[in-house]
Design a protein around this ligand. Structure first.
Ligand SMILES: Cc1cc2nc3c(=O)[nH]c(=O)nc-3n(C[C@H](O)[C@H](O)[C@H](O)COP(=O)(O)O)c2cc1C
Ligand SMILES: C=C(O[C@@H]1CC(C(=O)O)=C[C@@H](OP(=O)(O)O)[C@H]1O)C(=O)O
Length: 393
């Protein structure tokens, strides 16, 4: 499976093309729209999310609710486009229009965003040409693609869920959710304003977001994605670029503003002896091989172990601040104090939805590389056979 996304944040629409999905897989726009709605939510989003009502249109690759095996094209219209048609026009400017006269030319780069380096790299003196594509508006299509991947994984009894574990230094207590099933965890976070499973921490996170917003500043945090039901042996140790942990980490780091990744115990492993890190191996007739604990987060030697995959990513605070940091106007070379129109004070809850979907996409891609069939039923049979084989190994 391979895919591309395209589209500017304030352009007419966003597009994704996915190629390599098996035929006969159930797929509906409704399933994708539910996930798009979750990405738009979460306490801490700015005014843009009140303008957009993200709804996907499937324009190829699906007929009567099932994939055809041909490329699937997804589009989401930017409702905000109508306010930007002159600034973001596709056609060349008329001869009598001076580009400098187009409103809202951006010459003042924001520290922490792509503006300055993107402008240098592509020769754009209007930094809007950079921010339009570097914007996390693109994550809409990452979620749309991931929603398709989740439907694929669901056919194979592989489930994913993501939740927020930290915002602005407020952390969850894992004891409040460690006993929950995937389904229970999903239900708890769906009813929570910051997609967090610890009620007490959630209340404090909401207050922290309101407080930081009032002070014109922004907050980051940590999100955790769990994948359950994946068979052992996805990914490989035989070549560096086939290691599953590397692929998952790369996917997580491809999300705007994500700056670190860890699996299982993660960075805490540095403080512990090996006996408190590695997971002991056991076997039973009913379950086959499994581990007594899951401190490594479901990966050994670049391969899934069959235990739940547990991956966390850290999101830095949003760079566009109402309380601006020092920067330099690229035309005048003078320092300036920026004024901004709108931004998200905290997008960690929304980013948890994005994280779940990019991880689901990477898992689906890896499974399609590992097992070959052009039909969904063929793939199901392949995986079932393999699951039985590893159980008895
Ligand atoms: C869901 C989501 C929403 C975001 N919203 C904003 C925003 O409103 N304003 C902003 O400046 N950055 C926002 N960001 C972060 C920027 O897109 C990101 O910092 C920028 O693209 C630069 O990339 P980098 O932080 O990975 O270096 C958001 C990120 C995500 C994942
Ligand atoms: C549009 C989305 O997020 C945007 C991500 C973003 C950024 O700089 O990354 C900046 C903001 O865009 P705008 O300047 O239009 O308000 C966010 O709203 C979205 O998540 O769909």
């Amino acid at each position: 499976m391979r895919f591309f996304t395209a589209g500017e944040s304030h352009g007419p629409q966003l597009t994704a093309i996915i190629e390599g999905l098996p035929a006969q897989m159930p797929l509906t726009a409704e399933m994708i729209n539910n996930e798009l709605k979750r990405r738009q939510g979460g306490h801490g989003r700015g005014r843009r999310m009140q303008i957009e009502k993200d709804q996907v249109l499937i324009t190829s690759g699906v007929r009567h609710g099932k994939t055809l095996g041909s490329p699937v094209t997804l589009t989401v219209v930017n409702d905000d486009w109508k306010h930007w048609t002159s600034i973001m026009g596709i056609e060349p400017l008329a001869d009598d229009v001076n580009p400098e006269d187009i409103k809202r030319q951006i010459t003042r780069p924001r520290p922490g965003h792509a503006d300055l380096v993107g402008g240098m790299k592509y020769g754009h003196r209007d930094l809007r040409n950079v921010l339009e594509r570097s914007s996390a508006r693109e994550t809409t299509m990452r979620v749309a693609i991931g929603a398709v991947a989740k439907q694929f994984l669901c056919q194979l009894n592989i489930q994913t869920v993501a939740h927020v574990t930290e915002i602005g230094g407020i952390t969850t207590n894992p004891e409040t959710y460690s006993e929950l099933s995937m389904e229970e965890l999903r239900q708890v976070i769906e009813n929570d304003p910051v997609y967090c499973a610890d009620k007490e921490a959630s209340t404090r996170m909401v207050a922290a977001i309101d407080d930081i917003k009032g002070r014109g500043d922004t907050l980051g945090g940590v999100v955790e994605v769990i994948v359950e039901g994946c068979p052992p042996g996805i990914g490989s140790y035989v070549q560096f670029d086939r290691k599953m942990d590397g692929k998952l980490a790369g996917a997580m780091m491809s999300i705007n503003a994500f700056k670190g990744v860890e699996f299982g115990l993660g960075f805490k492993m540095a403080q512990k002896p090996g006996s408190e890190v590695h997971d002991e191996i056991v076997w039973s007739e009913e379950l086959g091989y499994y581990r007594k604990s899951n401190r490594l987060g479901g990966l050994e030697g670049g391969m899934t172990t069959g235990m739940p995959i547990v991956i966390r990513g850290v999101m830095k605070p949003i760079p566009t601040l109402y309380k601006p940091l020092e920067s330099v106007d690229i035309d005048t070379k003078e320092p300036f104090v920026a004024t901004i129109e709108r931004s998200d004070p905290c997008a960690v809850p929304a980013a948890s939805v994005v994280a779940e979907h990019v991880i689901a996409t990477e898992m689906a891609k890896a499974i399609m590389e590992e097992f070959r069939s052009d039909t969904m039923d063929g793939l199901k049979e392949e995986i079932e056979r393999y699951r039985q084989y590893v159980k008895e190994f």
